[in-house]
Design a protein around this ligand. Structure first.
Ligand code: FNR
Length: 350
């Protein structure tokens, strides 16, 4: 309905111009150091960063995570960023398709196959909307945009800061179980900036979930976004909880440890540079995910602006690979990773 579209527009404005990355939050990637190799014995042209994801081959282990859709402006964001995903061999996700399930005429703003025919593409829906839509409703959303998989997003922290948000979080695992049966390895479960920890990840794996995006603390805070829209008690609660969550570095390392090598693990939440990407890969991620920086670059400079931002990230990643003497992602993971400070405390407890 109207209110969903209006809320989404307010969200985009806040993310484009507002302070939605609380300064005091951290991914704890500053506690991670990769080890310099003085003799890399590699040619930059020999790097092979390719990896498999959702049954397709990525040229580079990067996912532009789900953000938007439902309005003309949102459609432009999707088209521009999906164009880049196609050009650079990345994966791409659209934002919540709730708007589309409520008003099918909004579907066009989620369509990117014309510009991204070969991209590994993810649809997106919230856990509790998925419960209301049922398996067939969710499948229709995925098929309507010719996606390769479906992202199911978890956002309890955000919901609690929204006056119209959900308050009853029971039955979530049962919904996931139903979706896993229907979608198998095409289902991805993601957070939205508060992180998935090892306990939840282990239960998701037991249900058969084979793709998890930890989306941890340290980047866009949806509690902060809602705080900026809220009044009274919810605004105060939002301020209190906008630093709540599992830092991305702690989430990815502990979840990898908990679920073993079979689960495809995406690390998002505050990934801002190519070096950040290299660090999360070294901590055990298969793919790194980014949302806000590419959205902002697109809003400020269109396709060209977003491409410049992406090129810097890719160059940083390649430089980190060369300077650790890693030809590919598997090699990067075999090299030592230094974990210091607060990250060590998290990993000792998780
Ligand atoms: C998001 N995110 C998001 N996630 C989701 O699953 N469905 C959605 O509709 C949205 N919408 C959305 C809009 C905008 C403008 C942003 C910036 C983000 C969350 C996103 O996918 C990601 O999990 C977090 O933003 C953390 O990554 P960054 O932004 O810190 O790189």
């Amino acid at each position: 309905d109207e209110t969903t579209a209006k809320r989404k527009d307010a969200h985009l404005d806040l993310c484009a111009t507002g302070d939605v990355e609380p300064q005091q939050n951290s991914t704890l990637l500053e506690c991670v150091r990769l080890v310099h190799c003085a003799m890399p014995e590699l040619d930059a042209g020999d790097l092979d960063l390719s990896t498999r994801f959702l049954g397709k081959r990525l040229h580079c282990p990067l996912l532009i995570t789900g953000m938007t859709g439902g309005t003309e402006r949102a459609g432009r964001v999707n088209k521009d960023l999906a164009t880049l995903a196609e050009r650079y061999g990345l994966a791409f996700g659209v934002g919540s398709q709730r708007a589309m399930s409520e008003a099918p005429e909004r579907a066009a703003s989620f369509q990117v196959r014309d510009v991204a025919p070969s991209v590994a593409l993810l649809g997106n829906i919230g856990l509790y909307q998925a419960a209301r839509l049922g398996v067939d409703g969710v499948r229709r959303l995925m098929e309507a945009i010719e996606a390769d998989g479906m992202a199911l997003h978890l956002n309890a922290g955000q919901e609690l800061t929204q006056p119209e948000g959900d308050r009853d979080f029971r039955g979530g695992y049962a919904v996931v179980e139903g979706l896993v049966k229907a979608f198998g390895s095409r289902l991805l479960v993601k957070e939205t900036g508060c992180g998935i920890g090892p306990e939840v990840a282990r239960r998701l794996k037991e249900l058969g979930v084979s793709n998890i995006d930890v989306s941890g603390l340290g980047g866009t805070s949806w509690v902060r976004v809602e705080q900026l829209r809220a009044k009274g008690l919810l605004a105060e609660l939002g301020a209190e909880f906008s630093g709540w969550g599992i830092p991305t570095a702690a989430a990815v390392a502990s979840v990898r440890q908990a679920v073993g090598p079979e689960v495809r693990l995406v690390a998002s939440g505050g990934i801002r540079t190519g070096l950040d990407v290299a660090k999360v890969l070294a901590l055990g991620a298969d793919v790194a995910g980014m949302a806000l920086p590419l959205f902002k670059a697109q809003q400020e400079g269109g396709l060209e602006g977003a491409e410049k931002a992406l090129q810097l990230i890719l160059a940083g990643l390649r430089q980190a690979m060369l300077l650790t003497g890693s030809r590919g992602c598997a090699e990067l993971r075999r090299h030592p990773v230094i974990k210091t400070g607060e990250l060590k405390d998290w990993l000792a407890a998780l």
